[in-house]
Design a protein. Sequence first.
Length: 493
Amino acid sequence: MRYLTLLVVFCFNQALGQYATLSFKVKDSLKRPIVFCEPIEGHANTWIPTYSIKNNSSNEFTFKRRIRITEPVAIQIHFGYQPLWLYIEPGQNILIDINLNLFTGKSTNGGLKIIGPNARGNEYFNDFNFQPARKFKLTDDILLSFDDKNPLKTIKYYEQKVDSSFAYLKRLKSKKLITPTFYKLVTNDLDLSYLREFGIGLLQSKTDYKSKCTIIDSLYVVYNPENEKNLQGFFNGPYCYSYGIYKNTSSFNSGSLPEDTTIRIDTSNYKIAKNFVPFIYLKGDVMKFEWGMSLYLYKAFFPDRFKETDLAPYFSKFPDSWLRHTINFERKNYTNPSDHNSYVDSSKIFVLNTDSLNSFNEVFNVFFKNKLVYVDFWATWCLPCKEEFSFNGSLDSFFLKNDIERLYVSFDSPGNREAVLKNIYSFKLYGKHLLLNKKLFDDIIDKIYGGSTRYSIPRYLIINKKGQIVENNAKRPSSGEALMDQLKIYLEQ
């Protein structure tokens, strides 16, 4: 009987160890829906919903979620579009206290507090991922120091720079504030992020092709995406995409992105659209998941560009894929407004003719003299940008009453003009619009982003009546009254 009791207790404890329990305290005046993206077939899932809950309270909303897991995993939780990244392990109990009225990704501003195992590490990881300039600066520094004649020196320098960036995580591990497993997962994930940025930068550089290959070959030996153990984090997809570009030698050699291609599966030939070409260079289960994820994302967020024929080669190769059950999942889609076909007052939309203008200053001298201007940097491919559009209506009367101009600046390439115009009318973006030529784009990158081509959007500016940039990183439309208070400061100046 004693042994039977011990066996029951052991089995019970084992069963408990198959779950992690997440307790939430959420403050969100916008009452955004909460969506969990839990692992699929052992792979980290960043976008496919597995569970959702509606937030009915503008005050504090509390709930629990038990997640069945057998090993440490990465999960992503979306509050509207706002993501939260977490690494969790079996048997853990974690409290997430998040104030979305304050949260901007940084745990230091009081918006995010995590209590439980690896709390400091998870806070740091979210802080880091909302400051992509950190990653860009590190890889840009390495590329600037590149030595064509000594690629092995660049490899060594790359490894030293990446290792030094883990100093804070190493301190947390030495103080036992994070587990060794957490440290390994997160540093591996960040490694992939760095390598992806470095690989894309190298692709676009004028570096000798042979030297490029020497460097990438050496790094991919360590982080081979064909090894599933390297792909347990959040940056798998972008990393696998860059690896596929590298394997497409003609693309990598020319420094350009892939073109459409044709492949043979069994006895049939299939055309692969260029967006999915990099994934056909992967193997086995990694190819199955990453190619499938890219198809899901493209259909979910860019349905106007997606073609059902894109699915044919994938399902021919992977007929039993999880994608069959999720490809038609209906989710809130910020690229397709619900009132897409409703009346649009085209008299309130102005596309500026900037063919003869070469600088951002000229735009304001010509079109916005003595006007207070709120500038919105966006693009058709930017999902956070589109979520912010849904808050424009609540600000319209304030802008009209105070004679504040809106300027939308699209970061799309000139060849995407038709899609930009379609979005402008779909989202009823009333105001003036700037479609950038190359000189204007270069001038904005230089003035606003300090010359770095690694820009991030959405971004908002306030330009005063003298044509001066007085807020280089202004409040977002979703901040509501906080944005109005910020604009009021400059109304009388």
